[in-house]
Design a protein around this ligand. Structure first.
Ligand SMILES: O=C(O)C1=C[C@@H](OP(=O)(O)O)[C@@H](O)[C@H](O)C1
Ligand SMILES: C=C(OP(=O)(O)O)C(=O)O
Length: 429
């Protein structure tokens, strides 16, 4: 479906953001691994976390949606999963496929995991290799892609695993399989990525000389997962940038997750001189939250390098939009991982920038964008490439044009942010 975006005269309002996608996935999976009931409030209504719920149900986990975003999970415990009679369809969700593969490989319950066209073209070798070392047998198309047939015929080998890429999905996959080992699996992280898994599972951690070692084994009891999921910082980022670049903006974003391993984009925007206020900081369950407000700002350029990329990995498309309006040359490097998301996001951003007449260069691992505070993007027809983050980034850019732009295939925003188009029209009216 095509969505038209009119240039916005003002951007004012208070946005009820969707619940955090990463935490929603984990809350449901970990509630299933816990023996007993969990009640999760503010569970995401987006498509990806619902793919996780569908897969868990096929594994015999009782899940009831009590109110539209309160779910009750009857945890079966790590050894209680049933052999699914159907494929576990992970839809568009990399997090579902990679984390669930760890649980399946660990539990030894044989299963076949499938995904949509985009997910079936994303590399799974990064998880296949360590899970195979742990004793799983995984058949995959070209030894790399879904569908994945997973089983395990021998006892689980614990693994010593220095992370070869800064990926929270890979880290979580190995730690989840490790929960089934008699001896600890040890994951070594040098570039920090989101820490929801170790935080929500309360896993043992050692930190020394910039190295984090995370352990998991059968010894670790999986805690009940009854808490309120924070609102999604990754969704907030679209409005933080929209508010920053628009000359007449004031946007309030309540109860946003402010886990420091997620808020790289907040720090980057602050370094770019964006006027963001944070109020009412407190904890909701194990995760920190706060209320954010953003105001029209004069942006400075920024250099985003490899070390900070994992903490703003999903925000790079919208940060690229911010860079267009900064006073000078901004750079992104060490971001090749973006080529392995729902689409090749570096190429998709480059297409968007090209479409609006921006001055930029695309590199193998990043972008260089020449910004101008007076930049007026050409009205354009943007391809979403069925990638929610690309569609939402293009829409925010369209607000700054002089005439109507169009986002093709804009319904993909439902993957992480089902209310996106309604919130956009609320802010502009
Ligand atoms: O663990 C998670 O919830 C996620 C980790 C990131 O992926 P990688 O681990 O592949 O970087 C991120 O891009 C994705 O949206 C969600
Ligand atoms: C990459 C993303 O998600 P996933 O890997 O779970 O599909 C995302 O939400 O931007």
């Amino acid at each position: 479906m095509n969505y038209d975006i009119q240039p916005a005269d003002t951007l004012h309002g208070n946005v009820q953001l969707p619940a955090d996608k990463s935490i929603s996935h984990r809350s449901a999976m970990f509630a299933a691994l816990h023996e007993g009931q969990s009640i999760i409030k503010n569970f995401s209504e987006a498509a990806d976390p619902h793919s996780t719920l569908d897969c868990l149900r096929k594994l015999g986990v009782g899940i009831q949606i009590k109110d539209k975003n309160i779910i009750q999970v009857e945890g079966v415990g790590r050894d209680g999963f049933l052999h699914p009679s159907e494929d576990l369809d992970c839809g568009n969700s990399g997090t579902t496929m990679r984390l669930l593969s760890g649980i399946i490989a660990g539990s030894g319950v044989p299963a076949r995991l499938t995904g949509d066209e985009s997910l079936s073209s994303r590399t799974m070798k990064r998880i296949i290799d360590p899970l195979t070392e742990m004793g799983a047998v995984i058949e995959a198309r070209d030894n790399d892609f879904a569908p994945l047939n997973i089983r395990r015929d021998i006892p689980l080998n614990p693994l010593y695993f220095p992370l070869p890429i800064a990926s929270a999905q890979l880290k979580s996959c190995v730690l989840l399989a490790g929960l089934y080992g008699e001896k600890p699996t040890k994951v070594i992280e040098t570039l920090p990525s989101r820490d929801h898994t170790e935080r929500l599972l309360n896993l043992p951690i050692e930190e020394e000389n910039g190295e984090k070692r995370i352990f998991s084994s059968r010894e670790d009891e999986v805690p009940e997962q009854s808490y309120r999921v924070p609102n999604d910082f990754s969704a907030a980022a679209f409005w933080l940038v929209a508010g920053a670049i628009h000359p007449d903006a004031e946007i309030v974003l309540p109860k946003v997750g402010l886990n420091p391993t997620r808020t790289g984009a907040l720090e980057i925007l602050q370094q770019m001189n964006v006027d963001i206020k944070i109020n009412n900081r407190h904890f909701e369950g194990p995760e920190p939250i706060g209320d954010l407000s953003v105001y029209s700002s004069t942006l400075q350029p920024i250099n985003i390098t490899e070390e900070v990329v994992p903490n703003c990995i999903d925000e790079i498309p919208i940060l690229s939009v911010a860079m267009l309006f900064a006073d000078g040359l901004s750079k992104i490097s060490g971001a090749e991982e973006l080529r392995h998301k729902e689409t090749d996001r570096l190429t998709a951003i480059a297409e968007i920038l090209e479409g609006v007449g921006a001055d930029f260069k695309e590199y193998k691992d990043g972008l260089e964008i020449k910004g101008d505070p007076d930049f007026i993007p050409d009205a354009a027809t943007f391809q979403s490439y069925h990638d929610h983050r690309i569609a939402m980034s293009a829409a925010v850019l369209g607000l700054m044009g002089t005439s109507t732009s169009t986002v093709e295939g804009g319904e993909c925003t439902a993957i992480s942010y089902p209310g996106f188009w309604d919130d956009l029209s609320m802010l502009t009216n």
